[in-house]
Design a binder for this molecule. Sequence first.
Ligand SMILES: C[S@@+](CC[C@H](N)C(=O)[O-])C[C@H]1O[C@@H](n2cnc3c(N)ncnc32)[C@H](O)[C@@H]1O
Length: 302
Amino acid sequence: MSQTDSTVAPVSTSNPMALNERWEEIVTDERNRWTDSDGDEEFWAEHVDTYEERFVNKPAGSSRIRSLVGPSDTVLEIGPGTGRYTRLLAQRADVVTALEASSSMANRLDRNLTAANCRKHVEIIEREWPSTDIATHDWVVAGWSLYRQPDLHECLDRILETATQGFVIIDSPGCLPPHRRVAVRAGDTLASPPPRQAFYCGLLADRGCYPSVETVPKTRERRADSKATLLETVLGDAVEDPLAHADALDTWLHEEPDATDGTWCYRYTLPAAVISYVDGAPNQPPGEGENGTQAAPAEVDR
Ligand SMILES: C[S@@+](CC[C@H](N)C(=O)[O-])C[C@H]1O[C@@H](n2cnc3c(N)ncnc32)[C@H](O)[C@@H]1O
């Protein structure tokens, strides 16, 4: 995209907020399980079966993706996981390249796409972003997958180089779900999630790139046959006696006697950040977007 042209001077060269350095400190914080690819692979191998169970509504940013990606477009998806976004992309785009680091996730993605009858539009590549040569694509989509990039500046540069039309990044705006807040109060030394959109936007501004940011609510839930099992599922890794913390989570716990997939439900809503950029969009500095292309109007994500 034009932001990486040598003719476009970076807006700031003084690094006033040291965003890349701070980001690296956060993603390499050893309290996080994802600091290296082995730890991450182990985590996904354990959670691949239950990953999609917790999402109640369509993935955050779906409407935005749908408004941007057209039937003749190519898309690189970074970290597709089980394919929540890939299924949507495969229905919209001509070709999707799905770059997935975890072999457990890549296998599940293959099965899920076949079951959803959209496997033929997707090439699955089992490799790490960005340590690989990837051809340019019209769009790059990264849903909740840039959390262990030690050099975010380089990562975003590679996204700008790879995407000829634009990108959509979906990530956390920096908030803990209720069970993790309870775990922290009980002494668990979890690192706080950063407001990732601030890092993306700050570092992209250094490249003369000004994305749109939309914050949308997303509901997640876990279910089990009893309250005790449910509390063990959500808190068992973090506290010794999960049942002792039932009161603290009371607002989000309820019983649904007629449910077939578990009568006890833990449900909460958190915001998600949808960061999108369209090359040549009107929100870019003067001199950019001279080819007259306009951003598609953003749809409200529900
Ligand atoms: C939280 S899951 C998100 C999956 C999917 N995008 C979604 O929103 O449902 C993160 C995924 O990104 C993958 N991932 C993390 N870092 C990666 C990297 N550097 N290269 C490729 N995949 C990566 C993980 O293996 C995992 O499948």
